[in-house]
Design a protein around this ligand. Structure first.
Ligand code: AMP
Length: 299
């Protein structure tokens, strides 16, 4: 497995691949790898002649009060995992190789970047779109693999690829979960046991919404109320002090959003009369978690 440190090295490596290796799959990550990342690697290996993973904790997508400094970095273990998966190369640049002195050009992200994460994390998708475009250029792959776990990010990258006419196919991968339903995330390691239990409310809220749609519910207001109630069960705050055993069921600490929106534009809708997606961002302790569930009107 080749370790590539600069965009120049990465480009040279891709152009040196044997002519038989026509399709090249790119799997961009920020490291601290888990089975979700590895499922994207496996999809790429199934589909492409060569797979290149990237590990880069991109500073431009973190806000000033976010977890850039403490974001988990486990490079040695990540390289072992990628080696075992048989990737051809890993591109893992230093920050100054991606953002040299004087760097000042950014991608203005598409309109699907504006709501939800766009409101909660201003500048986040500007950083994501910029780094992804730079990664696509450094590693001229034919296919790039992104998880549905980061649903809005996937839509942003699809729109950017379409709008800028990039010669790369974006392939989405399903969300990989723990057996109890918690979506795998590098940030799950921040959760203590009690928080880990409360984090399950996110999946529970999405599952309830999906079940309600299957049962015929079409009113978005009703679906969104149900999600909020599941995330923060009414009255739980009153029982918290009197019954210590209830502490873990008191709900999440803060809901950034819990909405059902158009699955393509992420714009608000009133009725479930098209493909939609339920999206949640919530804080449990100090940790911000996101998850989602696609809903169809024929469900
Ligand atoms: P990250 O390292 O968090 O930037 O994620 C890198 C890629 O892995 C992104 O395309 C994510 O959407 C994807 N990913 C993260 N968590 C999961 C998961 N639980 N299942 C599938 N893909 C995931």
């Amino acid at each position: 497995m080749e370790i590539l440190r600069t965009p120049g090295e990465a480009r040279q490596y891709v152009s040196s691949l044997a002519p038989g290796r026509r399709s090249v799959g790119l799997v961009p990550t920020m490291g601290a790898l888990h089975a979700g990342h590895l499922s994207l690697v496996q999809m790429s290996r199934d589909r492409c002649d060569a797979t290149i993973a990237t590990i880069f904790v991109n500073p431009t997508q973190f806000g000033p009060n976010e977890d850039l400094e403490k974001y988990p970095r486990t490079l040695e273990r990540d390289l072992e995992l990628l080696g075992a998966e048989g990737v051809a190369a890993v591109f893992t640049p230093e920050s100054n190789a991606m953002y040299p002195e004087g760097f000042s050009t950014f991608v203005q992200p598409p309109s699907v970047a504006e709501p939800l994460e766009g409101v909660c994390r201003p500048g986040h998708f500007r950083g994501v779109a910029t780094v992804v475009l730079k990664l696509f250029h450094a590693v001229p792959a034919t296919h790039a693999f992104f998880g549905r776990k980061d649903y809005q990010q996937l839509k942003v990258i699809e729109a950017m690829t379409r709008d800028l006419g990039l010669a790369i196919e974006i392939i989405p991968g399903d969300t990989i979960r723990e057996v109890d339903g918690l979506a795998l995330s590098s940030r799950n390691r921040y959760l203590d046991q009690a928080e880990r239990e409360r984090a399950l409310l996110i999946r529970a809220a999405l599952a309830k919404t999906e079940a309600a749609v299957l049962g015929g519910e079409r009113e978005i207001d009703n679906l969104e109320s149900m999600m909020r109630e599941t995330l923060n069960p009414a009255g739980a705050a009153d029982t918290r002090d009197v019954d210590a055993h209830r502490v873990d069921t008191r709900g999440v600490d803060k809901i950034d959003y819990a909405v059902v929106v158009d699955a393509e534009t992420l714009e608000p809708i009133r009725q479930l009369d098209r493909r939609a997606v339920a999206l949640i961002a919530a804080h449990v302790g100090q940790t911000r978690l996101i998850d989602n569930q696609v809903l169809t009107d024929s469900a």
